[in-house]
Design a protein around this ligand. Structure first.
Ligand code: NDP
Length: 282
């Protein structure tokens, strides 16, 4: 039996166990389990001591441990190391390796929604771990310009550094809401990478509706609720919208691929998984 888990705190009504079980069902894997392990920071080290000697075969990591697990790993993939955020750990023997599949999930969802990155202009609201993943994808894809709006300027500065480390041809601006509104007509895609609007605190929107036009795509990393205050604001100004559910599904499938090997992504019906989760969230 292969054993997998999600580490974080709080985990409340996490969708991940249902999602992973649905992935195993689709792949006809009947010897794998996935559970949540709610863990405060001070218990992380002892958990990893057990993990290393065989407690689990792999884990996903979520808020607030994505950065703090890094020091407990033997190896970290270069992108996860660049953004200092690990959401997937694989154990081979006694060796633990960290990856970031949020980044792969975000890139997957952009592709599925036919969002081209090269030469286009983006804005990221937020500057935490997921904003770093988004920034890396945009820099790799050769975005023309990325504007960052965030409450804490130092964190926005770190996202800027990440973008320029990946691709110094991208024009990066740290802006406020008013400056973003002035830039609205140039904006191809605005991404909410804050936790503002996440259930149960579904209001207010993280940014004014005036940043959107009918030519903007609004992408919210949040998936619960499905139609967030950010996406409603975008719709009110005629913008197209994408929520974070497809990204959530894809990051999980990429994690399973890392743990089990093979070309799992190509063998999973991601849309069916999205539909299953939509029924749970609604
Ligand atoms: P972090 O805690 O690392 O970052 C949160 C960001 O939100 C920070 O920039 C923070 O600003 C900002 N923020 C939070 N509260 C406020 C507030 N009240 N006012 C202004 N800014 C605020 O979280 P993550 O980056 O890991 O996750 C962000 C969101 O993305 C979450 O909702 C998460 O569920 C979602 N997510 C979705 C994924 C998916 O697969 N769909 C994958 C990963 C994340 P500051 O820097 O000032 O503290």
């Amino acid at each position: 039996m292969k054993r997998f888990a999600l580490l974080g705190e709080p985990l409340g009504h996490s969708l991940s166990p249902a999602l992973h079980k649905a992935i195993y069902r689709q792949l006809e894997i009947d010897d794998a389990s996935y559970r949540t392990v709610e863990l405060p920071e001070e218990r992380l080290k002892s958990f990893f001591t057990g993990f290393k000697v065989g407690g689990f075969d792999g884990v996903n990591v979520t808020i607030p441990h994505k950065a703090s697990v890094i020091k407990l790993l033997d190896e970290v993939d270069s992108k996860a190391n660049l953004i200092q955020a690990v959401n997937c750990v694989n154990r081979v023997g006694n060796k633990l390796t960290g990856y970031n599949t949020d980044l792969l999930g975000f890139a997957y969802s952009l592709r599925q929604n036919e969002v081209s990155i090269e030469g286009n202009e983006f804005a990221i609201i937020g500057a935490g771990g997921s904003a770093q993943a988004v920034a890396t994808v945009l820099a790799e894809g050769m975005a023309k310009q990325v504007s960052i709006v965030n409450r804490t300027p130092e964190n926005a500065e770190r996202v800027k550094e990440t973008i320029l480390a990946v691709n110094d041809q991208v024009k990066v601006k740290l802006v406020d809401e008013e400056q973003l509104i002035k830039r609205a007509k140039h904006m191809d895609c605005i991404i909410n990478a804050t936790s503002i609007g996440m259930s149960p605190n579904t209001k207010p929107a993280p940014i004014s509706a005036d940043v959107f036009t009918e030519n903007t795509l609004a992408f919210d990393l949040i998936y619960n609720p499905l139609n967030t205050s950010f996406l409603k604001a975008a719709e009110s100004n005629g913008a197209a919208t994408v929520n974070g559910l497809q990204m959530l599904v894809a990051q999980a499938v990429y994690s399973v691929e890392i743990w089990m090997g093979g070309n799992i992504v190509a063998h999973v019906d991601m849309n069916a998984l999205v539909r299953d989760l939509e029924k749970i969230i609604k």
